[in-house]
Design a protein around this ligand. Structure first.
Ligand code: PRX
Length: 694
């Protein structure tokens, strides 16, 4: 499956310099370890597990599983019998055993240039212990779910690790999601407490997060799910004004991280509504909390977190990850894929609200004692050179971003990049969607000055960590290919009948056996887990992505082959957007497809059939956009909305999205449309299609 020797032609090789310090310095070494990881996973992962702390050791085999629905319930169990605490492994172990207490864990860089602070491992441990005690004082216990809806601040990491310390299960909701989305996730995970912040700036735009959180809590109450506690961090305001009945304590009782910030805000701060029955102030709670908190010793398969990802039915799925397997997998992929070295400064530009931030801002880097940049702002604010200015400021060595950000910055040419020194960079990574070779070449040539290998990492919320990826000093790369499997991962390509294809081929990307970091269930709905990932091809985990394997054995992801859209590296389901549209009183039916977009990868093209007597207008279009933003969040805002008096349907009434996709992309060759009930609707839709810019 993987070639014995890496190809020498049409590939990019990494520099000899990088190989000198690398953990995996050659393709032969990768191949040898890969074979070992598949033939003897117990020995392979067992050796890695020795680097971590286990209160009690595991008994029996390393990975026990059933991946075949025809043989019974799907399950994966890693290191059964072991007990540990992931927070202890990330912080206490680094501070006390590895003597890294004074090492910087995070350089926090705010939205405004110059607004920054640093946090050491010792400080992080102290904050986490305090907040763990706060959570306990609010009655949060092992196994309880806690929702976190926060901007990119150090306290977000503190909150998630405090949950992990006491065995509570965090459910982070990206701060760009709407109140409705937050409410849906709080209820689905039956959370007992919400942690949020007053607000934050994204560039020039103020996001009044507390208002959205309050709206979500009101919706929860309306649906019969009253949440008792909401803890609010004052991020923008030192002394938030109370618009409600009673103000939170005006003075901070605890000198905290925010006070280390050098630049004080001059911008307007939001008025923060305050409900004394529910709201508590982060700072006053922290002021009264003790500095020490004994970790809760968890079983290997105890839940660690839930993270929602789009589902094809429109209802998001709560992807569940558990303690030990996730720890080992996030830590190992981080160490080897970024070839982590003790003096590295690593920067992942993702938001912690997505899986990339969970695995590669919090868990993976901290498990390795790494120093990372945690960035609150935007790549284009205050100017399009911001990323490279930050790279230079912190002398970033390993940099991880998304193709959409690369394509966005590419539009402005190489000048804004070249204005800043990037000599510190050693490895560049991408994630989230297929990277087009042109963007790959620009990243490699302009950003990395042809010096830095590019690791194009393919993975999913469900996989917990990288599953197809180059290793920087071992894998010769081809622009646009995620190359080969990570250790322990066995990919296959299937045809429509479920047969495994050999050699160069194209089809469904599946995995034949679990690796430690794979998801364990859909929270509260194991049947949905089995139906989504294991029913189509019994015996395999089905990714939902199409994939091609070339003559050299390289894997190339071709994109989603289900009803999922990938907008700026974020998955959305067509059903989710459609249901937001049809909730509008004027809309009878909606169908959503994607068409290519130069920066976002894909854009949302929506067809709406209006109720009788309703006229299509710009005002209605604006209302529909607003409706989707409010239901889901800004990332789902439709790019195009077309009035569709009729939709192309089969005789049995099924909407033919394949036909709509052709219309959205202005492709006249429709293929076989013999099953279409009324072909005149297609001509009509073509005549009135929106003018798209690709
Ligand atoms: O379609 C693939 C695409 O993103 C999907 C997973 O999305 P999500 O769970 O939100 O996680 C994103 C961050 C890991 C995949 O099914 N995808 C992710 N990385 C790549 C990719 N497609 C091609 N190449 C990648 N490197």
């Amino acid at each position: 499956m993987i070639p014995d020797k890496a190809p020498q032609e049409d590939v990019f090789h990494c520099s000899e310099d990088l190989k000198k310090e690398s953990h995996i310095p050659s393709f032969e070494k990768y191949k040898e370890l890969y074979t070992r990881s598949i033939e003897n996973p117990d020995e392979f992962w067992g050796a890695i597990a020795k680097d971590f702390f286990w209160k009690t050791k595991h008994t029996g085999c390393f990975l026990d599983y059933n991946f075949d629905v025809t043989k019974g319930e799907i399950f994966v169990k890693c290191m059964e019998g072991a007990t540990t605490n992931i927070c202890y492994n990330l912080l206490d172990r680094n501070v006390h055993e590895r003597k890294l207490g004074d090492k910087i864990a995070f350089f926090w860089e705010g939205n405004e240039p110059g607004d920054d602070l640093t946090v050491t491992y010792r400080e992080l441990l102290q904050k986490v212990c305090r907040f763990a005690n706060v959570l306990k004082s609010q009655g949060v216990k092992k196994g309880d779910r806690v929702s976190i809806y926060m901007p990119m601040v150090v306290e977000l990491v503190v909150a998630m690790l405090a949950c992990a310390r006491i065995g509570a299960v965090h459910s982070i909701v990206f701060a760009g999601f709407s109140a409705e989305s937050l409410c849906e996730r709080i209820i689905d995970s039956q959370c007992s407490l919400l942690i949020t912040a007053d607000g934050f700036y994204r560039g020039d735009k103020l996001i009044n997060l507390k208002l959205l959180a309050d709206e979500a809590l009101q919706k929860c109450r309306d649906k019969g799910f009253p949440l008792k506690t909401c803890i609010m961090l004052k991020h923008l305001s030192k002394e938030p004004e109370a618009a409600g009945r009673q103000s939170p304590p005006a003075k901070r009782a605890c000198p905290d991280l925010e006070e280390k910030r050098k630049v004080k805000k001059t911008r307007p701060v939001p008025k923060v509504p305050w409900n004394p029955d529910v709201d508590l102030c982060w700072h006053s709670l922290m002021g009264g909390a003790a500095d020490e908190c004994e970790p809760e010793w968890c079983e290997s398969e105890d839940p660690l977190f839930i993270l929602y990802t789009s589902g094809s039915t429109g209802k998001p799925k709560g992807v569940l990850h558990t303690v030990s397997g996730y720890l080992l997998y996030a830590a190992t992929t981080f160490k080897l894929v970024f070839d982590h070295q003790p003096d590295d400064v690593y920067w992942c530009t993702a938001d912690i609200g997505w899986i990339t931030g969970h695995s590669y801002i919090t868990y993976g880097p901290l498990a390795n004692g790494a120093t990372s940049v945690l960035f609150e702002g935007l790549p284009t604010y205050p100017d399009v050179g911001r990323m490279w200015q930050i790279v230079d400021k912190y002398q970033v060595t390993k940099f991880y971003t998304a193709p959409t950000a690369i394509r966005l910055l590419m539009k402005y040419g190489s000048d804004p990049v070249q204005k800043h020194n990037r000599k510190s960079l050693k490895v560049l990574g991408t994630v989230g969607e297929p990277i087009n070779p042109e963007a790959w070449q620009w990243y490699h040539g302009v950003v990395g000055e042809k010096r830095c290998p590019i690791v194009d990492t393919f993975w999913q919320t469900e996989t917990g960590g990288h599953v197809l990826t180059p290793l920087p000093a071992a894998t010769p790369t081809k622009p646009g290919s995620a190359t080969f499997p990570f250790f322990g991962v066995v990919p296959a390509i299937l045809n429509e009948s479920g047969e495994e294809l050999e050699g160069p081929s194209e089809g469904y990307l599946v995995f034949k056996q679990p690796w430690p970091g794979v998801m364990r269930s859909v929270y509260g709905n194991h049947e949905r887990f089995e139906a989504t990932y294991f029913k189509k091809f019994p015996g395999y985990y089905v990714t939902g992505d199409g994939c091609r394997r070339d003559k050299d054995g390289y894997y190339w992801i071709t994109g989603r082959i289900d009803d999922m859209l990938n907008v700026s590296g974020h998955l959305l389901s067509t059903a989710e957007v459609e249901s937001a549209l049809v909730e509008h009183k004027s809309v009878a039916e909606a169908a959503v497809v994607s068409c290519p977009h130069m920066v976002k990868g894909e854009s949302l093209y929506c067809f709406v059939t209006l109720n009788d007597g309703v006229a299509f207008s710009q005002a209605l279009e604006a209302e529909l956009r607003k409706q989707v933003r409010e239901k889901i969040g800004a990332i789902a805002t439709p790019d195009y909305i077309q009035n569709a008096p009729g939709l192309p349907k089969t005789r049995s009434g099924k909407i033919m999205r394949r036909v709509l996709r052709k219309i959205a992309c202005d492709e006249k060759d429709m293929g076989d449309i013999s099953t279409l009930a009324d072909s005149s609707v297609v001509d009509e839709l073509f005549r009135n299609r929106c003018a798209t810019t690709v």
